[in-house]
Every structure is written in structure tokens, then in C-alpha cells.
Design a protein. Sequence first.
Length: 297
Amino acid sequence: MPSELHEILLFLFRSRPELAPKLLHDVLHVPLPRYHSLQIVESNLTNVQPPEYRADLVIVLRRGKRSVLGIVVEAQLSGDSHKRFAWPAYAVNLRARERCPVCLLVFAASESLARWAAKPIAIGGGNTFTPFVIGPAGVPVVTDAARARADPELAVLSAIAHGSHANSQLAAQVAMAAIAASVGLDPERSVLYFDVVLSHLSAAARASLQAMDPSTYEYQSEFAKRYLSQGRAEGRDEGRVEGRAEGEAMLLSKLLALKFGALDHATTERLRAASTAELERWADRILTATSLDELFR
């Protein structure tokens, strides 16, 4: 894993705040108020005294200068009885702060967890609080390249949710669309998303991805150049070409290990000894090659 799943999920919502209202509206069919803008705001929702209530992420939709809907986003990877008490407090304190309606959107890592999170919470006096919950099955299956490019964070979320789908070819198509969507993004996101997508593929889906013909996805050279440009930056040592090549070799090794499994000593040494031109040529082939022999041929 490139990083903890919890942080990856929150990174997707932070990178594209529109993802939260989009899921509410398109997946859960929650009517949204008319709004002109949205903003990530302070997630500390403590009212007056401890204990501190800090949500994962808070997004506020605004019409003009007026807040029209507050959305508390929670990434839930396991059951936590404390959340059943904290979630209503998040909503009430955000409502008091922003003076507008609020809701809680929970992304659950499994369907059993989604069922647990979706249970209404009795808060006394005949009142209940019910979160909006999306589990893996509720995440749209994004296989169309154009749709993925228009909403890359949704495409990556789709790959996280469906990378281990029983239909390995479908999982591979979702992964291919998400990888294609990463091209054209800033280097941090494009490399992170590539790693995230591959790390959430099942072994069967990974094999299907390797066997696919990616000719319809226009990312090959551009993604390789973007990935290796980060290698040049990381490997820069007082401007020496050797340092840049070392960085490129390191990142290419990471890509190859993700696709083909652990590299043997001979392959690792071959990468270390390669020229920049060779590394770039191999990177251009990485998603189309079905074996290391084909890559190096």
C-alpha cells in the first residue's frame, strides 16, 4: 500500500471536494440545495469543552456568502462504538457553527461495515440521527475513459471499491480507466493514484489488466514521462545526471514490482546500470508489456 487507506480516501475528497455532494446526489439521491461554491472548512467540531470532536473532513456548500449545506465526511475502516456517539455531535455542532442544514456522509470499507454505520442512532426524546452511508457496492463502476478523465477521484474511488470484484475483467477495466484518468493531473496525484489503483487489484484482476490491450487509452508515453520526471527530481544530486538516472531507476523498479511482482537481482542491476534513454523506453512499454522479457526486448 502507498499509504493507509483511510488517508487515501480523505485525500480523494480533499483533492476534489465536489465528490462528496456528487455521491450524495447521484448515488444516494439526496436532494441538494442550490449552491454556487463549496469549501473545505475547519474539521474541529468541539462546541465548548472537551472531549474534542474532530471529523475526518468537513465541506460546506454556499450560495453567495450564505452556507446552505454542511457535509461531514467520514472514512470508516472498522466498527467503532465511539462514533455512534460522536457522529450526532459532529452534525449538531456544525449546524450551530454554519447556521444551515447538515448531513453526515460515511464511506465504509465493507458492506457489513456499511450496514452497521447506516443504523439510525437514538439520541433521546424520540429523536434519531441517521448517517448517509456508501459501501463498496454503492460506488459507481467507472469503466469509461472519458468519464474517468472528467472525474479522476471518482475513478480512483471506483478502483478502490471494485479492484477485487469477482469479475476480474471488470475490475481490470475499472483500473485501466482510473490509470488513464491520472494522466494530466499534477505529479503528486498521478503517481499516487497509479500506486493506489494497482495496490487494490486482486491477483486475477491484475492478470486481466496485464492481458488487456490499452491502445484505446491515450496515456502511455505521457504517464511514463510524468512518472520519470519525478524520478529526476528525487534523484537530483547537485544537478548530476547520475543522480537523476538513479531516481528514475528507483521509480521504474517500483512500477515493475507492482506489475510483475518482486524483481530478481539481475533485473534490479540492469535497471541501475541503464541509461536515461533506456529507462524512458522501458517506461513507455510498462503498461503494454505482458512480461519483463517483452519489456526489455
